[in-house]
Design a protein around this ligand. Sequence first.
Ligand code: ATP
Length: 352
Amino acid sequence: MAQIKLQNVEDYYEIGEVLGSGHFGQVRAVLERASKVHWAGKFLKLRRSASSRLGLERKSVEREVEILQSLQHANVMALRDVFESRAEVVLIVELISGGELFDFIAEKESLSEEEAIEFLKQILMGVGFMHTKNIAHFDLKPENIMLADKTMPHPHIKIIDFGLAHCLKQGEEYRSLSGTPQYIAPEVINYEPLSEAADIWLSGLSPFQGDNDEETLKNIVGMIYEFEENYFTQTSTMAKDFIEKLLVKDPIERMTADECLVHPWIKPLTRKQADNRSRSSINMKSFKKFNAKRKWKMSYNMVWACNRLFRLQLQCKSRSPEDPELRQCESDQEDTETKPASLIRRRLSSSS
Ligand code: ATP
């Protein structure tokens, strides 16, 4: 287990601006006082008691820390240090300043398949590395694929957010209902034993998108999907073949990360395959539309979460102050004041 420091994080790091928010805390820029090196601090609120509805169980933070410690790879966010106080754990991690890969791509006028493959290869290398350590991420989605520095000619991919990741042990079955509806694999929805294959389920595209989450999940399990014809007018046959091999319901039949890396679309075997690939490109109009829809959905979820929190607080307030649950609720309220969006998607999704 990681050496968790019980000292005050602020004695070592100066806490700066908010870089992002998750369901259980914020990520902030931090400056190491001694070295003047910039890092990011992921502040995770701890659950105050077993019956509390907000914050994370210490066990789950420990799991995230252990997993990050065992993953030292160029395409995986690096962990530097861990601090713990009564109410929270702070992970000091490498600062990833290039934003989300999909936002970077959406700003481009054009993107060739070759350029897209350069990114995809890095994602697959990071994911493949995790899988060699029997670690599955279980929440691979565009929001968790970032760029180290987008001003570089060949930006470097960094996979973040190991909050749902799990180290799979041989002979042990692992099931979970957590994840993000649009990107969730069918075996997760069906509550079947999970393997690393769940990470290879289409992590970026979401052709199953329904009008609501329930419909999306039904579409995934029923393999009801639609690839709009105009999305694929400039797409090579090899790329389509690659996608089809990811869209396989049975996790055992799905390509592994290593198999993906040697698929002829990623690693052409003949000159003809390489030429086909270099003539094909990504339909940027459709991509921009997909990205805008994704961003809209993210902010919709945020508003939904805030409303839910507000209702939860109202419920607490309407109870008698003697009610023991109210005391619990009040302490949770205090937790959430600084981070209204730090809600309970993981728990909600794991019980839905
Ligand atoms: P979720 O609720 O989605 O599971 P989380 O609470 O586990 O999220 P992260 O996804 O790890 O939190 O981080 C939240 C956001 O903070 C990210 O979407 C990203 O914008 C930003 N972020 C995370 N890690 C870093 C980093 N190392 N450098 C810069 N920004 C980061």
